[in-house]
Write a protein that binds this ligand. Sequence first.
Ligand SMILES: OC[C@H]1O[C@](O)(CO)[C@@H](O)[C@@H]1O
Length: 513
Amino acid sequence: MAGGFAVDAKVAGGRREFKGKITWYVWLCGLVAATSGLMFGYDIGISGGVTSMDDFLLSFFPAVYARKHRARENNYCKFDDQRLQLFTSSLYLAALAASFVASILCTRFGRKRTMQAASAFFLVGTGLCAGATNLAMLIVGRICLGVGVGFGNQAAPLFLSEIAPAHIRGALNILFQLDVTIGILIANIVNYFTSNIHPAGWRYSLGGAGVPAAVLFLGSLVITETPTSLVERGRRDAGRATLEKIRGTADVDDEFDEIKSACESAAALVEEEKPFKRLRRRESRPPLVIAIAMQVFQQFTGINAIMFYAPVLFQTMGFKSDGSLLSAVVTGGVNVLSTLVSIVLVDKIGRRKLLLEACVQMLIAQCAVGGIMWVHVRANNNPSEGWAVAIVVLICVYVSSFAWSWGPLGWLIPSETFPLETRTAGFSFAVSSNMLFTFLIAQAFLSMMCYMRAFIFFFFAIWIVLMAAFVVALLPETKGVPIDEMVDRVWRRHWFWRRCFADADAAKIDSYC
Ligand SMILES: OC[C@H]1O[C@](O)(CO)[C@@H](O)[C@@H]1O
């Protein structure tokens, strides 16, 4: 997804600079494409607030509404309802399926057309959700939005990587992740205001997704296709003309030659062996295992439990409806600002240090929240105001560390560790793993909270210990390593992963890799 930005930063960072300036047109294209991230983030942020609105529950989930208002109902189980969870999670299941289709569409029809299709699905899905009169309409709408997310998440980051001049490719690509966090924040603010509008507040919340969807749709009519996609599909002249336009110069021979040769060698390798088959080779395992593990771990930090259900969680902790949405706005703001921190630090202090520091910070925060909840939020009583504020502060501490580490690096590392011949296929694996685990957490979290109570936080804390161990033992530092030198400079030198390569000594080749 965030594919290629480290790759290209390395190119810009030392070995090769192409001519051309940063044109207004490249920024326009980048801003339009990043809107897809805004859509994704808005969807993540909006569902939790909507599912805590009484008008919404009364319309679609009356049993949950009744339970929520029953005085003696167990605090942890108020929102435990599989159909309510399906409202949130159906989107991610649809996105998971759509991401496989999207990689084919991106190759056959191009990134721009795939983004257009994404925005069309977003618009239809938004209309169905905002106008829903029954549960089926609502779920079908969520599925359309999910298809939009699957298409957009595959096409937009690829598009950004391909149009950006090498030396700002990282910045343009992080724009997508930044837009995700801004989308979540906007959704939290929208929910805060619409929760006071009765009875249709939830319709405005869900309908708000139409704004970025419309921007993406209209914008995608004026942006260009990427030169790489044009050349890949045999339209060399159009590819060259587009490159000249986005670079603002006719002097693009070097860059155009590189695009052509990358497309030619990729085509030759694909002819010889399909990328997905190549991924099954022993030497593909290190980046593949790491791509999947980064996504699984990213989700098992528990971040989306907070992102989807922050308002519900805050209500569980005893905040009133308004207070809980306000708290979610605070965590959303921390998320945006901390993502900016990661842009500044990632190439200075490296990936491993950021990930490990965040593990410590998240572990302390999770255990502290779990402890406070265990002692002060028993089944039927709420914490005092002081403890409730302490919980919000700790959740901010937790969110900030996630946002400068596992959030962006969950995308960055898989994007920079695959060799060119398996990069797109390998990366689409990472996207779909993310969707799968996002879905699982969305579907399971409220039930888990009901059964595990405060121990849910210790459950995630155990995962954080595991992921720290994984980073220490198996994740090599990739800061500053040129993308095309990963195999020689990283994998073949790593104490464990080097056994996956044919030139490892015989004993090691035979052992498990
Ligand atoms: O900012 C947090 C959000 O960012 C993501 O990692 C996507 O890049 C989501 O899984 C999460 O909800």
